[in-house]
Design a protein around this ligand. Structure first.
Ligand code: PEP
Ligand code: MG
Length: 568
């Protein structure tokens, strides 16, 4: 039997199932008379949960890393929030038992996060429920299964791999993870990838279909789970496991190498991040800088807009982690598919073509001033560059540059240090910017092509809409022509042209980017070494020869076919 799910963390794990069920947290709701005693009981449970979770975070920090431990310390921060605790206490003062107060308030937050429609905010619902279960277990004296005690070669099968469960996982002991829920950007997926643990998520009814002791081959690259396979399949899986390990070892050879083509054309290979701490992982994977710091993540999940000081600390942190390497920070790119609840933006008929990103920021100078000042202050601590999203006309860029000048004057008067030579560039991700690349290149210090949006806006196809998915492809000649033009115009003007959309790491497209003369690639941290390898496999002349053939093709399918057969 073979089950299918989401390929969430690559690699192949072979092992025996342990179904990890959540402890039974059922309780009987009651009304309390002695509310002071109930509040004391509630506070004791929270203190117990905080101590237990902090201890788990310490283990996680030691065994996996700071970033992963922060998910758990994030839970402690969440339950320590005075507003949340205050609301729970109010309910107890009104006669609710501690369990009811906890469940009601946590569910209220979870429902609010789920309703946001934004995948990342929706993930926070899992975190709140994780906190809820943890405190409830304390109240009911039922701590969860000790994952740390499971035997070598165990495949954990569970409904949802919560961060607190993950804390007990020791790499090398647990072979793989299979869950019933969770997507590519869920915390389970992030944690599994960080631990390089093969994982297949969203396998329907996994906990009931699979039983303790079943032998599984979990293919986290293909998203498949083979149940009780025969000897032949097992042998093939072991071979694939070895091939995967060899491939990883091969990529490790690219650590410390320069990023260049087979004939020595050097390019820059950066990483994309969403939080300052992600820069640590990017540096570990040998990225040469940060090509896209998506600052909207600092604004999501927050009840209020982060202050200038808070933002300054975040940008400075990224700069310090990168030790003088470039850090391209994109100013707030909100609207469209990215909701930031704390800004309370109005719903629009057509949000992708609406009041978003730079349009919104220029109209909200209070908000933009805070961000630009924070960026300028942080620029005294490293090579910070400012990137403006969703530019469609040159006026937007000149307006941003004028604001930056104004804030520099403010700092001169306040005696605050900043980099007076700070580079200000743009995302080229709209057809308008691509058409105006020659004009924009005179004003911008650099370009970074956002292929995710450029593909969508060029093809008029929403990246999230299944029905038009067939049109949403960077292989479309219309998109490729646009990208070629942008790179050529940028190079003609002598500015650095980079790419930070997903297509920068597509091994099939790398020869085209080499041929067009792309100067900087910004990819996810886990793709840095693979991209460096891909770049090294082509000479400029070979890439140009392929590009010439590709650019004569008429359809995305023809392009994909030729690129596929040419792949190295
Ligand atoms: C892009 O559009 O290619 C891009 C990198 O930005 P985002 O995916 O954040 O819209
Ligand atoms: Mg974009």
């Amino acid at each position: 039997m073979e089950l299918k799910g989401t390929a969430a963390s690559p690699g192949i794990g072979i092992g025996r199932v342990t179904v990890v069920e959540e402890p039974d947290l059922a309780y009987t709701s009651r009304t309390v008379e002695d509310t002071a005693a109930e509040i004391e009981r509630f506070n004791a449970a929270i203190a117990g949960y905080v101590a237990y979770t902090n201890a788990q975070a310490d283990t996680m920090r030691e065994q996996v890393g700071e970033k992963e431990a922060e998910i758990l310390t994030g839970h402690v921060v969440m339950i320590s929030d005075p507003f949340m605790q205050g609301e729970m206490t109010k309910l107890i003062e009104g006669g609710a038992c501690a369990e009811d107060a906890l469940v009601q308030i946590c569910e209220m937050f979870a429902t609010m996060f789920e309703a946001s429609g934004d995948e990342l905010t929706m993930q926070r619902a899992t975190d709140v429920r994780d906190v809820k279960a943890g405190v409830l277990a304390e109240l009911l004296n039922k701590r969860p299964v000790d994952i740390g005690a499971l035997p070598q070669g165990t495949v954990i099968v569970t409904h949802d791999l919560t961060p607190s469960m993950t804390a007990g996982i020791r790499p090398g002991i647990i072979a793989a993870v299979v869950t019933e829920t969770g997507g590519l950007t869920s915390h389970s997926a992030i944690l599994a990838r960080a631990m390089e643990l093969p994982a297949v998520l969203s396998v329907p009814a996994a906990c009931t279909t699979l039983s303790d002791g079943d032998l599984l081959i979990v293919n986290g690259s293909a998203g498949t789970v083979a149940v009780n396979p025969d000897e032949e399949a097992l042998a093939a899986a072991r071979e694939a496991q070895e091939a995967y390990a060899a491939e990883k070892a091969e990529l490790a050879k690219f650590v410390g190498c320069r990023s260049m083509t087979a004939d020595g054309t050097q390019v820059e290979l950066f990483a994309n991040i969403g939080k300052p701490e992600d820069a640590t992982g990017a540096m570990e994977k040998d990225a040469e800088g940060i090509g896209l710091f998506r600052t909207e993540f600092l604004f999501m999940d927050k009840p209020t807009v982060p202050t200038e000081d808070e933002q300054f600390e975040a940008y400075k942190k990224a700069a310090l982690i990168c030790k003088g390497k470039p850090v391209i920070i994109r100013t707030l790119d909100i609207g469209g598919d990215k909701e930031v609840p704390c800004l309370g933006m109005e719903k629009e008929e057509n949000p992708f073509l609406g009041f978003r990103a730079i349009r919104y920021c220029l109209a909200r100078e209070d908000l933009y001033r805070t961000q630009l000042r924070a960026l300028l202050r942080a620029s005294a601590f490293g090579d910070i560059r400012i990137m403006v999203p969703l530019v469609t006309c040159v006026d937007e860029l000149t307006a941003v540059k004028a604001l930056i000048k104004r804030y520099m004057l403010e700092f001169d008067q306040e005696g605050i240090a900043y980099d007076s030579e700070i580079k200000v560039g743009i995302m080229v991700e709209t057809p308008a910017a691509a058409m105006m690349a020659d004009v924009l290149a005179e004003e911008a210090d650099f370009f970074s092509i956002g292929t995710n949006d450029l593909t969508g806006y060029t093809m008029c196809a929403d990246r999230g809409n299944e029905k038009v998915r067939y049109l949403y492809s960077t292989y479309n000649p219309a998109v490729l022509r646009s990208i070629k033009r942008v790179i050529e115009e940028g190079n003609k003007a002598g500015i650095l042209v980079g790419m930070c959309g997903e297509a920068a790491a597509d091994p099939m497209l790398v020869p085209l980017w080499i041929a067009f003369g792309l100067g900087e690639y910004s990819v996810s941290a886990t793709s840095v070494l693979a991209t460096r390898k891909q770049i090294s496999l082509w000479t400029k002349a070979e890439a140009e020869e392929l590009a010439e053939r590709v650019m004569q093709l008429k359809t995305a399918t023809e392009v994909a076919d030729l690129l596929q057969e040419s792949m190295r």
